[in-house]
Write a protein that binds this ligand. Structure first.
Ligand code: FES
Length: 79
């Protein structure tokens, strides 16, 4: 099981995670075969707002996750 936590704190949300949630949900909708092994959740502010938007993948914090970076994280789920 892969766990992806998208920070929903106000800073990260405003700086890109609102869009990243949409990308992730659309990706899982498009790839139902992996949905059962991906735990996608929203998370609370982890006090790294200055580095945001932040997305945590299996405990590793990814910072400044713009759209290409989010797509790369999602594509990594297919491998
Ligand atoms: S809002 Fe995401 S780390 Fe603070």
């Amino acid at each position: 099981m892969k766990t992806i936590v998208i920070c929903m704190g106000s800073s990260c949300f405003a700086r890109g995670n609102a869009r990243n949630v949409e990308l992730a949900e659309a990706f899982l909708d498009a790839h139902p075969e992996i949905e059962a092994r991906v735990d996608l959740r929203g998370g609370l502010c982890c006090d790294r707002c200055a580095d945001g938007p932040n997305v945590v993948v299996d405990g590793t914090v990814h910072t400044r996750v713009d759209e290409p970076a989010m797509r790369a994280i999602l594509d990594g789920l297919l491998g």
